[in-house]
Design a protein around this ligand. Structure first.
Ligand SMILES: C[S@@+](CC[C@H](N)C(=O)[O-])C[C@H]1O[C@@H](n2cnc3c(N)ncnc32)[C@H](O)[C@@H]1O
Length: 383
């Protein structure tokens, strides 16, 4: 882990410096503008925003390092959980690569890379990151320009047989987050067919409600289709229990101490990025997943008036609540949302909430809402 964090720091500092060196104007205002285009002004964002040099520079100096570290920490977490079977220099395919973010994330995670292929609709955004390749001591990333929403993967994959495919923050750009599920499913199945039996596909999406829910709808379709398996965030429930109420969605958090250069840029742009938030899927081309072990924490710590602590998790049978007596073990109380608890703590009572049947009706937003006390935003509401 120390090696990973040291590579992360070197990479983040180099990316900020590289972006600053591209133009003498201050970087922070463009980072703030691009951040708004990803959040409050999403509807204003043009599909070809990466062709705008100022926005491309802002992406390079801020979103590239931020997302690369997020990908690296997710890969490390998956490796710890035994979900990744890649060798020490895995071959990577980065789809919707932008400035090669997935490839840099894999380098931060593994330290060594095999053959690397990047695909994006915008050639310039991939080229912008080429000077940073010197840092990762990788001499060649094959770059392919393609619109992956309309062009079948066979046209741009060639003979690529990656150990790991990364699609980070791109699925939501393939049409509206709530629509386009057929396109995303088709693309994922094509990519799953391209990886060897032990290969993996990592999908990362922003941790917002709309994106998290769109991703879990896709999860349910993949589970239903039985042509591949979902290994993470959960494997047990036939239908994601967090889709049951419209206010809930599945996402996790990864703690990170950014280097000073990045922290200053974030502050100047008015962005809080100390915690890396994500919604993700780890997929395997095998149709039968190993059984789910333990429970993934999908909510923050809650404490009722009597001091009883609770946390929501997803386990083999879907949603469960860990109930303390009255406190939960400190490791459970302090664990990051998204962490897998395995084994489950013996001192906590486990209450299982029956999983919804696939396609069960969704409760109306706010129905029976008992308030937000103790509930970190985005987790399931206290029942
Ligand atoms: C938000 S950026 C993500 C870049 C990188 N994966 C990351 O996580 O930092 C989305 C990228 O997807 C690319 N993209 C969007 N729609 C695409 C499409 N239909 N085909 C190929 N690339 C696409 C964009 O050009 C952009 O570089």
């Amino acid at each position: 882990m120390n090696d990973l964090l040291s590579r992360a720091t070197r990479f983040v500092v180099a990316a900020v410096e590289q972006a600053r060196a591209l133009h003498r104007s201050p970087l922070a205002p463009d980072v703030a503008r691009l951040h708004r285009l990803f959040t409050s002004e999403r509807a204003e964002r043009r599909p070809d925003y990466q062709r705008d040099p100022a926005l491309r520079r802002a992406y390079l100096g801020f979103f590239l390092p931020h997302n690369a570290v997020k990908i690296a920490l997710l890969l490390e977490r998956s490796r710890r959980e035994g979900l990744l079977a890649v060798g020490d220099a895995p071959a990577i395919l980065d789809v919707g690569a932008g400035p090669l973010t997935g490839i840099f994330g894999a380098w931060i995670a593994f330290g060594r890379l095999g053959r690397c292929v990047a695909v994006d609709a915008a050639a310039a955004t991939m080229e912008a990151a080429l000077p940073l390749l010197a840092l990762v001591q990788h001499d060649g990333v094959e770059r392919r320009t393609a619109n992956v929403a309309v062009s079948p993967a066979a046209r741009w994959l060639g003979d690529t047989r990656p150990d790991l495919v990364i699609l980070a923050n791109v699925l939501n750009e393939l049409r509206d987050p709530r629509r386009g599920a057929d396109t995303r499913e088709r693309l994922l199945f094509e990519l799953l067919a391209a990886v060897p039996p032990n290969g993996r596909v990592l999908v990362v999406e922003p941790a917002t409600r709309v994106h998290g829910r769109a991703l879990m709808l896709l999860r349910d379709r993949l589970v239903d289709g039985r042509r591949a398996s979902v290994l993470s965030p959960c494997r047990g429930a036939p239908a994601c229990p967090l889709l049951r109420r419209r206010g809930d969605w599945c996402h996790g958090e990864l703690a990170w101490q950014p280097p000073r250069e990045f922290g200053e840029l974030a502050r100047a742009a008015g962005i809080d990025k100390a915690t890396l938030k994500e919604s993700h899927l780890v997929l395997s081309p095998r149709s039968t997943p190993p059984p789910h072990a333990g429970a993934r924490l999908v909510g923050g710590l809650m404490r009722d008036a009597a001091g009883v602590e609770r946390r929501y998790g997803c386990g083999a049978d879907g949603l469960l609540t860990l109930v303390g007596t009255p406190a939960l073990p400190s490791a459970v109380a302090a664990a990051e949302r998204g962490e897998l608890l395995h084994p489950l703590p013996a001192s906590a009572r486990i209450e299982v909430t029956p999983s919804p049947a696939p396609g069960a009706p969704t409760a109306r937003r706010g129905a029976g809402r008992p308030g937000r006390r103790g509930r970190a935003a985005g987790g399931p509401r206290p029942r």
